[in-house]
Design a protein around this ligand. Structure first.
Ligand code: NIG
Ligand code: FE
Length: 416
């Protein structure tokens, strides 16, 4: 039994959250959570939970008057990559744009070159360190995309590694096949032949081996067209991989409308959407996954129109987009700060977007994303006096303990 929760944000109630419901965190003060076999058996005010016979017998863990949230669900990451691109960061600071660097063979393709020659052991070591840090920042579930292999062997290498990581460490990993990240160099003059390879060979193989749940396409200027994306995502769905889309990040191409047409699980980025796009999203079940870490890291002034999306009634989620090119952060607390300060989401809205709505985008909202009876005991404990201080005191880690399915996976160090 967890006691000493000064403030527990349960995020209880219907999911997903739209409009005003996004701002209702379901706070319980002086709360307790009773956990049985990794699942929440009771939750509520401490004196009510403490009266249960099972609570009297339970081992107690006192959280010392801290703030408790459902563990963060980071629903968009490129977890497996071989090295940073700090050199490009410096070039961008000097004035080069992300697209210019990509056109010169840098960008995603430079990471592809390195991943193809990297050993699984080296990739695994980096990924384990990233996952350890994610846990240390309050994340309990991570979506992870392939997409730096772009040939069958290297994509399989990435996805098999993700499967191994699922067993070898405590965080939950949801795999997405992003073979359609960009057209690899060897197909530069034959992009449609690469699409055919994806559709005919790579997607069926990934699905047959059970290596991914989702199929994603980077549908944008410099990557894949809407027509190509439709073919790839349709082929994925035929094989049982549900669609997600990188949409309208650099240019407005119609990718988001494709997401609605296909009833994709999620349309991500959305920096360049217009009023019609917002209406279409609001009338759909496609989650608008916003990635403000990209705008921050690329030094852009225009963030996605979060307020308009929320007010129109779209399902808004937040994620890091952890990757070496556009968003090298795995810290969801920083994403909350950016969402609040740059996109004018309230702290309560940002937290709902980073937990229950993110769970919905991964098809897991009945099991994770809120603190309710019969859900997994996935919790993040923060050393603040008020949940709003998590984004407010930005740029430091407030996470004091992280619990995944009832087990402490971070924290309880000397300072407790
Ligand atoms: O989500 N823009 C496409 N994909 C990633 C960036 C990947 C990279 O630059 O390595 C994104 O922003
Ligand atoms: Fe991405």
């Amino acid at each position: 039994m967890l006691t000493g929760c000064k403030e527990l944000l349960t995020l209880r109630g219907p999911a997903p959250r739209r409009g005003r419901a996004l701002a209702e965190p379901g706070i319980v003060r002086d709360a307790a959570v009773l956990v049985r076999n990794g699942v929440i058996a009771a939750v509520g005010r401490r004196r009510d939970v403490a009266r249960l016979a099972e609570a009297r017998r339970a081992r107690k863990l006192d959280l010392g008057g801290r703030v408790v949230l459902p563990g963060f669900i980071d629903s968009h990451t490129h977890l497996i990559f071989p090295a940073s691109r700090a050199d490009e960061y410096e070039k961008r600071i000097a004035g080069a744009t992300y697209e210019e660097i990509a056109r010169r063979g840098g960008g995603i393709l430079s990471t592809v070159r390195k991943l193809r020659s990297a050993s699984t052991a080296a990739l695994k070591q980096r990924a384990l360190e990233s996952l350890r840090q994610m846990a240390a920042h309050g994340t309990t579930t991570v979506e992870a995309k392939s997409g730096y292999g772009l040939d069958l062997a290297s994509e399989l290498k990435t996805l098999v590694l993700l499967r191994e990581l699922r067993r070898g460490q405590p965080l939950e990993i949801v795999s997405t096949f992003l073979g359609a990240h960009v057209v690899p160099r060897e197909y530069r003059r034959l992009p449609d032949a690469y699409v055919e390879l994806l559709v005919q060979r790579m997607i069926p193989r990934v699905a047959a081996e059970g290596l991914a749940e989702y199929c994603d396409v980077y549908c944008d200027r410099g990557a894949f067209t809407v027509e190509q994306a439709r073919m790839i995502l349709t082929a994925g769905r035929v094989c049982g991989l549900e669609p997600r889309i990188h949409a309208e990040q650099i240019a407005r191409t119609g990718a988001m409308q494709l997401a609605v047409e296909l009833n994709a699980a999620s349309a991500d980025h959305l920096e360049k959407i217009n009023a019609r796009d917002i209406r279409a999203l609001a009338g759909s079940n496609v989650v608008a996954t916003l990635l403000p870490g990209c705008c921050f890291h690329l030094g852009l002034k225009e963030y996605p129109p979060a307020r308009k999306l929320i007010e129109a009634g779209a399902i808004v989620a937040l994620a890091t987009d952890y990757n070496p090119g556009t968003s090298p952060t795995l810290n969801m607390q920083m994403i909350l700060s950016l969402a609040c300060t740059q996109m004018r989401m309230t702290p309560a809205e940002a937290i709902a977007a980073a937990t229950i709505n993110a769970a919905y985008s991964l098809g897991r909202h009945t099991r994770i994303g809120s603190v309710e009876v019969d859900k997994d005991a996935d919790l993040a404990v923060f050393d603040v006096a008020d949940y709003r201080e998590i984004p407010y005191y930005f740029g430091v880690n407030h996470c004091w303990m992280t619990i995944k399915r009832g087990s402490v996976v971070y924290g309880a160090g000397p300072k407790s």
